[in-house]
Design a protein around this ligand. Sequence first.
Ligand code: SF4
Length: 123
Amino acid sequence: MPQQPLSQVPLDATWEWQEAGACRGADQDLFFHPQNERGLARLRRDRAAKAVCARCAVRVECADYAIRAREPYGVWGGMTEEERERVYLRIELANFPRQRGEGAAAAAEEIARAVAPQALGYA
Ligand code: SF4
C-alpha cells in the first residue's frame, strides 16, 4: 500500500498487522481507484474492496491507522476515501486522534457501517 508523507504517519505506527490483512496478495488496484474513475465503476470497485475488508481479521487496526494518518487515498479498513473524509471533517484538527486506538474509537460507528450489508450492496 502506498504510504503517506512521513509527517502524516503517526509516531507510534506499526505495520505487522498488514501481514494478516485479507488483502495480502490481492490486486491492489481493487483498493485504489484509477484516475477519473466515476459512478458505477467506482461504486463496484469500492464494494469489491469492502467485501475483502469485511472478512479481514485486522480491519479495525487498518482503519485506526488510516484515520490517524488522515490517509487520503484508497479503501482502508473497509472505509472509502469519502467515508474517511467525512470523519476527518467532523473532528477538529486540534483534537485529531493520533495515538494508537484513538482513530478506531473516534470513528467506531463509521467503521462498523463501512462493511454493513447496505455498504456492501446486499441490502
Ligand atoms: S482492512 Fe482491508 S485494506 Fe485493511 S488490511 Fe484488511 S483487507 Fe487490507
